[in-house]
Design a protein around this ligand. Structure first.
Ligand SMILES: Cc1cc2nc3c(=O)[nH]c(=O)nc-3n(C[C@H](O)[C@H](O)[C@H](O)COP(=O)(O)O)c2cc1C
Length: 388
């Protein structure tokens, strides 16, 4: 399975083509849209999220609610495009109109793609860079992940996400999956504990008042994974390796870890490896899940636990020093409309990035032209974990 996204932040639409999902899989468009709305929510987001209401339109690959096996094209229209037609239209414009255009950007933001992208692609209007480097594109990735989530649900695999920390306020407690399901979606910072949620909101308010931004850590959990997805035989088939690439591929994500993550480096082997046990009805399992469900680049049957760290977003209302690329003068004052904290939304993006990689690995592992045949093989693998 593969996908390609296209579209600029203020262009008419985002488009994504996904190829490789099995045929005859049921697709619920309402559920896809629920995931899209979740990405737009969260405490600390800017005004743009109130202007847009992302919803998907499927224009190929699905007929009467079922996949055909052909490429699926999803379109996410930009409701705000009417205001941007002159600035973002594809048709050529006169030099006069160009010089009168108000939205030319010559002041690069530290931490964003603006300056390096301008240098690389020779854009003197940095809008040509930021329109694509903007996290608007993550809406398309959520759409793909949401499709894959429906595939995983039909294979009895569930994926959840939550926020672990924002601006240094942490909720690292271990919760049962049920607690996460019951609480996180209802909470605007996507944590289980409401006392911690309020501390996080206060942190976000504090940063906003200071004209600053804050980041955090998110966690994705994949439950009821069959054993042996991914492979130890070559580096680029390791499931944890692929997930790492996908997570760090999300805008502003600077690191990824699995299970107990970097603290593993401080522990003894006996404290971090998960002892192997056997149960007659469920098969092999682990006494603990310190390693987050991965051994040898493969799922070991325990829940996959993936953590991603997001840096504070680069656009600041009290900006850092930078240099105007026309005048070469220092400046300190460009304000693009921006979020002060996007960690709750980013947890949704991360959830869907992981979902795609898990689905991709499953489709590689088993014959996957048709959903029923795929399901039979996944069930057989689960049986094998008992009989082996
Ligand atoms: C959900 C989400 C929302 C974001 N919103 C903003 C934003 O409003 N302003 C901003 O400057 N960066 C925002 N970012 C981060 C930038 O897109 C990102 O920092 C930029 O593309 C540079 O890439 P890098 O940080 O990975 O180097 C957001 C990221 C995510 C995942």
């Amino acid at each position: 399975m593969r996908f390609l996204t296209a579209g600029e932040s203020h262009g008419p639409q985002l488009t994504v083509i996904v190829e490789g999902l099995p045929a005859n899989m049921q697709v619920d468009i309402e559920k896809l849209n629920e995931e899209m709305y979740k990405r737009q929510g969260g405490y600390g987001r800017g005004r743009r999220m109130q202007i847009e209401k992302d919803s998907v339109e499927i224009v190929s690959g699905v007929r009467h609610g079922y996949t055909l096996g052909s490429p699926i094209t999803i379109v996410i229209k930009n409701d705000d495009f009417t205001h941007w037609r002159n600035i973002m239209g594809a048709a050529p414009i006169s030099e006069e109109a160009q010089s009168e255009m108000k939205r030319v950007i010559t002041k690069p933001r530290p931490g964003h793609a603006d300056l390096v992208g301008g240098l690389k692609y020779q854009h003197r209007d940095l809008r040509n860079v930021l329109e694509r480097s903007s996290a608007r594109e993550t809406a398309a990735r959520v759409a793909v992940g949401a499709l894959c989530k429906q595939l995983l649900q039909q294979l009895d695999i569930d994926v959840y996400s939550r926020v672990i920390s924002i601006g240094g306020v942490s909720d690292k407690a271990h919760y049962d999956i049920e607690d996460i399901i019951q609480n996180v979606d209802k909470n605007d910072v996507r944590v289980v504990d409401e006392t911690i949620a309020q501390q996080m909101r206060d942190k976000i308010d504090e940063a906003k008042q200071e004209g600053d931004s804050i980041g955090g850590v998110v966690q994705v959990i994949v439950n009821h994974m069959p054993v042996g997805i991914g492979s130890y035989v070559h580096y680029d088939r390791k499931l944890d390796g692929r997930i790492a690439q996908s997570v760090v591929g999300i805008n502003a994500f600077k690191g990824v870890s699995f299970g107990e993550g970097f603290t593993a480096g401080e522990k003894l082997g006996s404290e971090i490896q998960d002892p192997i046990l056997y149960d007659e009805t469920t098969g092999y399992y682990r006494a603990s899940n310190h390693l987050g469900g991965f051994e040898g680049g493969m799922s070991n049957g325990m829940p996959l636990v993936i953590n991603g760290v997001m840096k504070p977003i680069p656009t600041l209302y009290r900006p850092l020093a930078s240099v105007d690329i026309n005048t070469k003068e220092p400046f300190k004052a460009t304000i693009e409309r921006s979020d002060s904290c996007a960690v709750p939304a980013a947890s949704i993006v991360c959830e869907h990035a992981v979902t795609f990689e898990v689905a991709r690995a499953l489709l590689e592992e088993f014959e996957s032209n048709d959903i029923t045949i795929l399901k039979q093989q996944v069930d057989a693998r689960r049986e094998q974990n008992i009989n082996f």
